[in-house]
Design a protein around this ligand. Structure first.
Ligand code: NAD
Length: 442
């Protein structure tokens, strides 16, 4: 069986060790000859680099390993690029969240105003990595899950239309693990789902078992009562209580349209005031990630490096990373697996913009993906999606034209921002904070 070579771009991410564990656990499905880490920040990558080397050598010493900040070394002779970069790192995420909060607005790091700021930072970083791939390994595929995924995907569609890049997100998969438990399936893979929307902005419209029995009405009835929690759930079943609150909040979201099951991210766009009321403006999600996840992962990697073995490690396989192996396997072995991807609409949603990047089920094989048809969508979903997609397109316009006005329009249009006065204040603060990253807007 052919063996593959992988580079993880954004090697210094706290998700890197979990992704490596997932890859090592799936060598029978996706055999590997080489794993490389690439980051443009050596110091940060060094937090995980040595521990990753030990994990790999202890599992399969035949796999070559290198951690580098040299794009040529990283991108030469690779089959897959797993890209999860965060331009500006968590320090900038913190500002994406806190600046809007100053004006009583939820920041929200992907689709809210925080996401707009993050998008303008991310576009050049993602394009740069695509260019490295095309220069050094033109036949490779990039599996890109760098956020904010919708804006990054729109930039790929516009500036790199022929590139071998597939944009993907694990968020619906995370919710499907719970949905499977609610409906009594052993695994989410027993469910055949229909879903449509934008990234972090979509709805499940059908969930069938292998015999074709429909379960969506059962799920709607459950979510109207309990949200996306099990009936007897409590906060102790969640890694932190905010995830429990998020799962419960689905009850309020679905009450607005009980014909389909919403992504829990709608809490930010439809109930922004509730989110603001429950957020400490001086301690947001970014601070929480630094104090919990980053401390835990970097601390454990330092311990592995010190003792020289990962035999008794507390690092766990990233369950969210399974979609990466599924996608790479589908491309490598033409499995025709059905997966949710972020792709150009091109008529799949028949009453929605052709050139919008939508998140819909696709069939994946060796030549890439083939989107499935969705058909017409109702006014409520269409209205929300049109507002959001145009807001995201305006961010890419602002990047392309270095335009203050386009960015102001993007923020004014954003569902989380109440009016143009507030949009302007947020934008002016964002410009100050993002001087090292954004193009100069005129
Ligand atoms: P992180 O800050 O821990 O790590 C990101 C790394 O990217 C950093 O080490 C940084 O130095 C590096 N980086 C920044 N710009 C780069 C560039 N131009 N080239 C190479 N490396 C660069 O971030 P994180 O919390 O691990 O998240 C990483 C990314 O993955 C984010 O965009 C996050 O939103 C995304 N993410 C996506 C999903 C999904 O399914 N869509 C799931 C989890 C995380």
């Amino acid at each position: 069986m052919k063996k593959f070579s992988i580079v993880i771009a954004g090697g210094g991410s706290t998700y890197t060790p979990e992704i490596i564990l997932m890859l090592l656990d799936n060598l029978d499905r996706l055999p590997l000859r080489s794993i490389k880490l690439y980051d443009n920040d050596e110091e940060r990558q060094n937090h995980v680099a040595k521990a990753c080397e030990i994990l790999i050598k202890e599992k399969d010493p035949t796999i070559e390993y290198v951690a580098t900040t040299d794009p040529e070394v990283a991108y030469t002779d690779v089959d897959f690029v797993l890209a999860h970069i965060r331009v500006g790192k968590l320090e900038m995420r913190s500002l994406d969240e806190k600046i809007p909060l100053k004006y009583g607005v939820v920041g929200q790091e992907t689709c809210g105003p925080g996401g707009m700021a993050y998008g303008l930072r991310s576009i050049p970083g993602v394009l740069e990595n695509i260019e490295y791939m095309e220069k050094y390994s033109p036949n490779a595929w990039m599996l890109n899950y760098s956020n904010p995924a919708s804006i990054v995907a729109e930039a790929c569609r516009r500036f790199k239309p022929n590139s071998r890049v597939i944009n993907i997100c694990d968020m619906p998969i995370g919710m499907e693990h719970t949905i499977a438990r609610i409906l009594g399936f052993k695994s989410r893979k027993e469910m055949c789902i229909r879903y449509y929307g934008l990234n972090h902005f979509g709805w499940w419209t059908s969930i069938k078992d292998k015999d074709g029995k429909e379960y969506i009405q059962d799920l709607i009835a459950h979510q109207l009562k309990y949200g996306n929690c099990l009936a007897d759930d409590d906060a102790s079943n969640y890694t932190d209580s905010s995830w429990f609150d998020t799962a419960k909040k689905v009850k309020d979201i679905i009450a607005i349209d009980p014909t389909m099951c919403p992504n829990s991210y709608f809490q930010y766009y439809l109930f922004g005031d509730d989110m603001v009321a429950h957020t400490d403006p001086n301690y947001t999600r970014a601070d929480q990630v630094v104090d919990t996840r980053e401390k835990r992962v970097f601390g454990e990697c330092a311990r592995i490096e010190k003792v020289g073995t990962a035999k008794d490690t507390t690092l766990q396989i990233g369950i969210h990373a399974e979609f990466i192996v599924d996608l790479a396997t589908a491309l490598a072995f033409n499995t025709h697996e059905r997966m949710l991807l972020i792709v150009p609409n091109n008529g799949a949603i028949s009453n929605f913009e052709k050139d919008a990047m939508v998140e819909i089920p696709c069939i994946v094989g060796k030549d890439g993906y083939e989107p499935l048809t969705v058909g017409e969508i109702p006014h409520f979903q269409k209205g929300l999606m049109e507002q959001q997609v145009n807001c995201e397109k305006l961010v890419v316009d602002a990047y392309e034209q270095h335009s203050y006005l386009k960015m102001l329009q993007a923020l004014t249009l954003n569902k989380c921002v109440p009016n143009a006065n507030v949009a302007r204040k947020i934008l002016d603060d964002f410009i100050e904070a993002n001087k090292a990253y954004w193009p100069e807007l005129k």
